[in-house]
Design a protein around this ligand. Structure first.
Ligand code: HEC
Ligand code: HEC
Length: 257
C-alpha cells in the first residue's frame, strides 16, 4: 500500500508497475498459482472463468474458503497461503468477478444441434455425461462449469495440445510386432496395464514386450473437418454440461453444509 501511495504522490508510474509484479501482491500470487488454469485475467481455460459472477462464492470469504479447501470432486485444488497472502489473493480474485453478471447463458452455438452431433460423431464411445457413455476418456458431466468455451473448442480440434498427465496414453509394442494403444492404468517395474476403448484391461509383462512408450498424441482423435457452425454447436452443447458434483460438494464448497 505504501508503494502505491508514493507512486501516486510522485506520479512515478514505474513504481506502480514494480509493485504489480512484486511477489506478495494478490495479483502476483494469482498469476503464479492460478493463471495457468484460470487465465491471467480470469478469462478461463482449463479452469473456469473467474471474470464473471462466481457460482460458488458470494463474497471474499467465500473465495478464501474455495482457495483453502479446493472444490472436492473437481480439478480445483486446495492451497495453503499465509493469512496476508490469502487475503490479498482472495481480494484480487473477488475484484475480477465483482459486479459481473453470470456467464450461464452465453452459449457459442445451438446446444440442441450440438447434442445431436455429439451423438452422431460417437463422442459417447469415450466420454460419459451423467449416466450415459463410456469412461475411456474424461467424464464430461460438468465440463461446461469447469472449462472455458475456448478450451472446449481446442479440446475437440487440437486434442494433442493439452493432455492432462493422467490421460496420457501408452503404446505397447509386443515381441510378435503387434502394437496396442490404450489408457495407462498402472505400471510397475515388471508390468504395465492398459485399458482399451472396449474398457477391458490388458496386462503386459515387460520382458514379453519390445517397448512401452508414453504417447505424445492424445487417445482422442482430432476433429479437424467440422464446419465452424458444427464446432460452435458442439461447444455450445458442452457449455450446458454443468452437472452437480457428486456428494453435494458444491454446497460444501459454498459453506452451506
Ligand atoms: C489445475 C487447475 C486449477 C488451478 C491451478 C486453480 N484452479 Fe480454481 N478451479 C479449477 C476448476 C477446474 C474449477 C471449476 C470446478 C468446477 O466447478 O467443476 C475451479 C474453480 C475455482 C473457483 C470457483 C469459481 C466459481 O465460479 O465459483 C474459484 C474462486 C477458483 N477456482 C479460484 C482459484 C484460485 C484463486 C487459484 C489459485 C490459488 C486456483 N483457482 C487455481 C481449476 C484450477
Ligand atoms: C477414442 C476416444 C475418444 C473419442 C471418440 C472422443 N474423445 Fe474426447 N477425449 C478422449 C481422451 C482420452 C481425452 C483426454 C486426453 C486429452 O485431453 O486429449 C479427451 C478429452 C476431451 C475433452 C477435454 C476434457 C476435459 O475435461 O478437459 C473434451 C471437451 C472432449 N474430449 C470432447 C470430445 C467430443 C466433443 C468428442 C466427439 C466429437 C470426443 N471428445 C471424442 C477420448 C475421446
Amino acid at each position: 500500500m505504501k508503494y502505491l501511495l508514493l507512486a501516486t504522490l510522485f506520479t512515478a508510474s514505474p513504481l506502480l508497475i514494480l509493485k504489480a509484479e512484486e511477489p506478495g501482491t494478490g495479483e502476483a500470487i494469482y498469476r503464479s498459482n492460478c493463471g495457468f488454469c484460470h487465465g491471467t485475467s480470469g478469462e478461463g481455460g482449463r479452469g473456469s472463468k473467474l471474470n464473471v459472477k462466481l457460482t460458488n462464492a458470494d463474497n471474499v470469504d467465500g473465495v478464501k474458503r474455495i482457495i483453502s479447501k479446493g472444490i472436492a470432486g473437481t480439478s480445483m485444488p486446495s492451497f495453503r497461503f499465509q493469512g496476508d497472502e490469502l487475503n490479498a489473493l482472495a481480494e484480487h480474485v473477488w475484484s475480477l468477478s465483482k459486479g459481473k453478471s453470470s456467464d450461464a447463458v452465453k452459449l457459442v452455438g445451438d446446444a440442441q444441434a450440438g447434442e445431436k452431433l455429439y451423438g452422431k460423431l460417437g463422442c459417447a464411445n469415450c466420454h460419459r455425461v451423467g449416466e450415459k457413455g463410456s469412461d475411456y476418456g474424461p467424464e464430461l458431466t460438468r465440463v461446461g462449469a469447469a472449462r472455458s468455451a475456448e478450451y472446449l473448442r481446442a479440446s475437440v480440434t487440437k486434442p494433442n495440445e493439452d493432455i492432462p498427465p493422467q490421460w496420457l496414453g501408452a503404446k505397447v509394442v509386443q515381441k510378435n510386432g503387434s502394437v496396442v494403444e490404450g489408457h495407462r492404468i498402472n505400471e510397475d517395474t515388471f508390468s504395465v496395464q492398459l485399458r482399451g476403448i472396449d474398457m477391458k484391461f490388458r496386462m503386459f509383462l515387460k520382458d514379453e514386450v519390445t517397448s512401452v512408450e508414453t504417447m505424445k498424441k492424445s487417445l482422442m482423435p482430432a476433429y479437424s473437418k467440422l464446419t465452424e457452425k458444427e464446432l460452435n454447436d458442439l461447444v455450445g452443447y458442452m457449455q450446458t454440461l454443468k452437472g452437480a458434483i457428486a456428494g453435494g460438494e458444491a454446497e460444501k464448497a459454498k459453506g452451506i453444509h
